[in-house]
Structure formats: C-alpha cells, structure tokens
Design a protein around this ligand. Structure first.
Ligand SMILES: [Mn+2]
Length: 309
C-alpha cells in the first residue's frame, strides 16, 4: 500500500478540516498505515490557540508515489496545491456539487454527504473500523469541537441527527465539562475581536453590487456591539452598497442580531422578513432563530431576482 498524504483546501483550514486531518491520521496509525498530514493553507480563527499548538501538519513533503486523502472539500479547484488529482484515493466531504464526479473516479472511497460536519464522517470511520474505543482524548475533543463549530452549536440547518449522536459519543472520550461550548466559542470571539477589521473582511460578501452582507459568529453579541459599533458602521459604509448589514450570529442565545447602518436597510429587511424584531433606534433587527447568510439570501431571492457577481 502506498503512503497516504492527508490534506484539505487551499484557501484556509477551519476547525472541521483541522480536526479531521488530525483524527484521520490517528485512525490510519491505528491501522498501521503510513500517512502524513500536509497542509500549505493557514488556519482561520475557528482554530483556537490551544488546538494550533498541537502542530499537526507539515507544510511540505515529497508527493511522489503517494495517495491523497482530501477532507472537507471536494471541488478540485479548491484543493491544496500539493494534490495530484489522479492520485486522490479517498474524499470525505459535506459540501455538495462534486458527488458524481468523485464516485465515477473512486467509487465508494468518495464519501460526500450533506451533514453538519466532515468530522461526523470521520467519527463514522472510527466506528466502522471498530476503533472508537482507541480514540485519543485529543482526537475526540477535536472532532467534537469541529461538529460544534460547523453546525453552529447545532443551529445550522444542515445539522443532522448523526452529528448530535457523534457529539454525545465523543464527549465520553475526553475531559468534557458543561462549559466546553461556551469556552470554545468565547475564545473564537476573542480572536475575532482582536482583529475586528480583518474578521469583518474575511467573511463579507457582495451578493450583487447593491447588496453587501457581512457575517460573524460569536457567543456574546452585546460585547461586540458595545466595543466595535464604530468600526462596524464604518466598514458597512465603505461597501458603498444600497443595502449593507452585519449578520451577527449569537450562538449562546441561538438567534442573530443584524446590525444595519441606515433606515433603508431596516426597511429592506422588514419587507422580506416580517418575523424579525426591528429596533429602529438601535438600528438592529433580531431574528427568532439562527439564520445563516445563505438562508437570508435564499429568502430574498424568492421575492426578487438576485444577480450574483
Ligand atoms: Mn466542514
């Protein structure tokens, strides 16, 4: 059997990819298969310092005569640049679009399913191989935190029952406490706040020139609003769009606080989302439950024609 290189996407590694790489390498170790993690992309803010310190990956290695296992991405255009497409042996992903491409190429070695986190698919591999009892506390914690993060505390629509079951099971394999979720998300929020402008930039999107939506996922929205109102207003204004807002997803309270710059944007939201609680004085709209940017866009596009640019 050829050596395996385990890798992920080219732009950045989030905690889901990071956890999967670590835990899948451990699974191959347990199976006595030779494998190495190689990643050239940087980690994003979902990978907190505690996990970064695990130093899981190399940034270069010989890629001659190896097979590639690619996790948390299946669009070949977004693979880490080290990947040789013809030598991909396994794919684990939960993003749609390339299911048939890969199943034609590598058959059942392509596991691409709509599920909350790729980490749940790796958890499933441990179960399949009957090796869950041997999972290390680090791998169990990483897979758990990946599920927590990618499902947004189980609020994202893509969350499946299997994600919840995996999470409950994984909790028993590391030192879990009831403040685990809050600790993780608060640490992510701290790193977002440390570099608020970059954080806003990194998750902002022009849906078309007239509609600009920024998204942040935080534990405590009040802390962001109290400390960064000015930066946020300025950033939204600089987009120069007809409508621009920050979709602040508040994971603790399981809702969004949408921060708007002006009445025009509030009018716009009111028109499409009668269920939002709009506060004209504070220029915010509060949703009854968590809504991702893509869900907001889907709703708007049902009523209008949105041209993506
Ligand atoms: Mn993922």
């Amino acid at each position: 059997m050829r050596k395996k290189i385990i890798t992920s996407g080219s732009t950045f590694i989030d905690i889901d990819a990071f956890a999967c790489l670590f835990a899948y390498k451990e699974l191959l170790d347990l199976k006595k298969e030779e494998a190495e993690i190689v990643v050239t992309a940087a980690c994003n803010s979902s990978v907190t310092q505690k996990y970064k310190d695990l130093n899981v990956n190399k940034t270069d290695a010989s890629v001659e005569d190896v097979d590639f296992v690619v996790i948390d991405v299946s669009d070949p255009d977004h693979f880490d640049k080290i990947v040789k497409l013809d030598n991909v042996s396994h794919i684990f992903d939960h993003h749609p679009g390339f299911e048939s491409y890969w199943s034609e190429k590598i058959g059942e070695h392509a596991v691409i399913e709509p599920i909350g986190a790729a980490a749940t698919l790796i958890f499933r591999e441990y179960e399949k191989e009957n090796l869950l009892e041997k999972i290390s506390p680090s791998s169990a914690e990483l897979l758990a935190v990946a599920i927590l993060s990618n499902t947004l505390n189980f609020q994202a629509k893509i969350t499946k029952e299997e994600d919840k079951i995996a999470y409950e099971e994984l909790k028993t394999f590391f030192d879990y406490s009831s403040t685990f979720e809050e600790e993780y998300f608060s640490e992510v929020q701290e790193s977002i706040e440390k570099n608020i402008l970059d954080s806003l930039k990194n998750d902002s999107k022009y849906i078309n020139p007239e509609l600009f939506i920024v998204q942040l996922e935080v534990w405590d929205s009040k802390h962001i609003i109290d400390n960064f109102q000015e930066e946020i207003d300025q950033f939204l204004r600089s987009a120069n769009s007809e409508v621009s807002f920050l979709n602040l997803i508040e994971l603790d309270k399981k809702r969004n606080v949408i921060i708007c710059n002006d009445d025009r944007t509030l009018d716009y939201l009111e028109k499409y989302f009668s269920e939002f609680d709009i506060d004209r004085e504070k220029k915010i709209a509060i949703t009854p439950h968590v809504m991702l940017r893509k869900e907001i866009i889907t709703r708007i596009s049902k009523h209008t024609t949105i041209y993506n640019r």
